[in-house]
Structure formats: C-alpha cells, structure tokens
Ligand binder design. Structure first.
Ligand SMILES: C[S@@+](CC[C@H](N)C(=O)[O-])C[C@H]1O[C@@H](n2cnc3c(N)ncnc32)[C@H](O)[C@@H]1O
Length: 245
C-alpha cells in the first residue's frame, strides 16, 4: 500500500470510527448504575405513562358504566365518562383504595357479567396463571364489555414487587392469550417503544428529560410495552352486529 493510500485510510478511519467509539465509550466507561431505580418517578414522569395515557385516551369512550380497575381509579377518575360504578380490585389486602380484595387468577367471588370496562394496566406480569386471570377478566365483563390491558416487554423488574414478577410477554403471546379467551377477531393489540425509548426507560430517565420526538417510532424489535383492547362478544341474536365498535 502506498504511503498516500495509507494516509487516506487512516484519515477515513479517524473520521468515521473514532466518533462512533467516542459516542459509545469503552466498556469500562459505560454506566453501571441507572439514573433512577424507580422508573424515573424521582426525576419526573415515567416514560411508559406517555404511552399508556395515550392508549387510554384513545379508548376513553370505553371507560364508562360499571368500571373495574386494579390498585386505584387512575384512569377511571381522569378519563371515565358516565361512570356508574368504579370498583378497584387488588390482591393486596393493605390497599385501602381497593374495595375488592381478590387474586384475579382465582376471582370466583366476583360475579359474572358485572363490568362494562376493565382497566387492567401493568398487572398481568405478576400473575403466574395468565390463562386463569384472563379467563376471569373475560367472565366478569358484561357482554359487549371491553378489557383495556397493558403489559411491559423490555422493562426492569419492579424494585418492590420483583419477587412477585412472573412474566414478560411479547405481542404474539399477549394476542394469543387474549384471543383464546375473547376470540381472535375481538382483540386489537399494539406495541409501543423503540431502541431510544427502551434505553431511556431502562436507565430511569424521566419523560421531561427525553426528546419527545424520539418516542414516536414504533420498533418491532425494541418493544417497550404492549397495549390491548378486547371486547366480550354479545350473545348471538341472529340480528345485526352494527352496534359493535
Ligand atoms: C404495578 S401495579 C399496577 C397497577 C396500576 N393499575 C398501574 O397501572 O400502575 C400492580 C398491581 O397489581 C396487583 N396484583 C398483583 N398480582 C395480582 C393478582 N394476582 N390479582 C390481583 N391484583 C394483583 C398488585 O398488588 C399491584 O397493586
């Protein structure tokens, strides 16, 4: 190789490779601790709230009538319309906001056909018997009632509840589990997140610290979480189903 070519190759390497290495940093300089171990709540709004809120806002028309939510009335209170009943279910008997203490996977005490809407956010990952939990979710909805459910995918375990965490689902497994209970045609599943949002989420950045434009791309590989809407079928009447959304 002539000296001139060697110089050109060296120049190119410097121009292309060095900035990339500088950007990533040597392994010894990569952060070993997250910015926050509390989903960024100690720095601002957790990044997943951006996506969950937007999903719930899009489906706010479903949050009506008799509504059941887990842990508290967060979405029922802020987005519900014409809410006739707002129940809260939790397995945690110390939760004073819950008026139904039950394991969703064994919720036989909750009467069938009770709710127009069940807001089931960020809970299924704690339940070992997912089929039973989803079957009860379906059973306690009224015919035509809607389940709005979300689960994490690329996400750290919860600091406080980590011993209880069982699962990370994919779009495929979530859609199949819901489809088995509600029927495939009754389930809409979508994912959110991308490489940038997953990285920010894992490191504990808050929503306010993150460039909002970077949240919008939806990656099929770097899936931060999954949202689903499933509707319980109306009884067969032989008539029109035009009233189904
Ligand atoms: C991380 S919180 C999420 C709930 C809240 N709706 C939200 O979106 O932030 C999970 C809740 O699920 C409850 N939980 C865990 N396992 C459960 C089960 N088998 N049945 C009912 N609730 C359960 C926990 O006690 C906790 O209140």
């Amino acid at each position: 190789m002539s000296k001139a070519i060697t110089r050109r190759v060296k120049r190119q390497l410097k121009r292309v490779v060095q900035p990339a290495v500088r950007r990533l940093g040597p392994a010894s300089e990569l952060p070993t601790e997250p910015l926050s171990t509390r989903w960024g709540t100690d720095r601002g709004t957790p990044i997943d709230q951006h996506y969950l809120r937007r999903f719930m806002e899009r489906h706010r028309a479903d949050i009506t009538g008799a509504v059941l939510e887990i842990k508290d009335r967060r979405y029922t209170a802020s987005l519900g319309r014409d809410v006739a009943r707002a129940d809260v279910l939790d397995i945690d008997a110390s939760n004073s906001k819950a008026n139904i203490i039950a394991d969703l996977a064994a919720a036989d005490g909750v009467p069938p056909d009770s709710y127009d809407c069940f807001v089931l956010t960020e809970t299924l990952q704690y339940i070992y018997d997912l089929e039973a939990a989803i079957s009860h979710a379906h059973r306690i909805l009224k015919p035509g009632g809607v389940l709005l459910a979300t689960v994490p995918c690329v996400s750290p375990l919860d600091q406080e509840l980590r011993e209880a965490e069982c699962w990370r689902l994919t779009r495929n497994s979530f859609a199949r589990l819901l489809g088995d209970a509600f029927g495939d045609g009754a389930v809409e599943v979508e994912t959110y997140g991308n490489y940038a949002s997953c990285t920010a989420w894992l490191t504990g950045m808050a929503l306010e610290e993150f460039d909002a434009d970077l949240l919008e791309e939806v990656s099929e590989v770097y899936v931060q979480g999954i949202c689903a809407r499933a509707r319980k079928a109306l009884p067969e009447t032989g008539g029109s189903r035009a009233d189904e959304r």
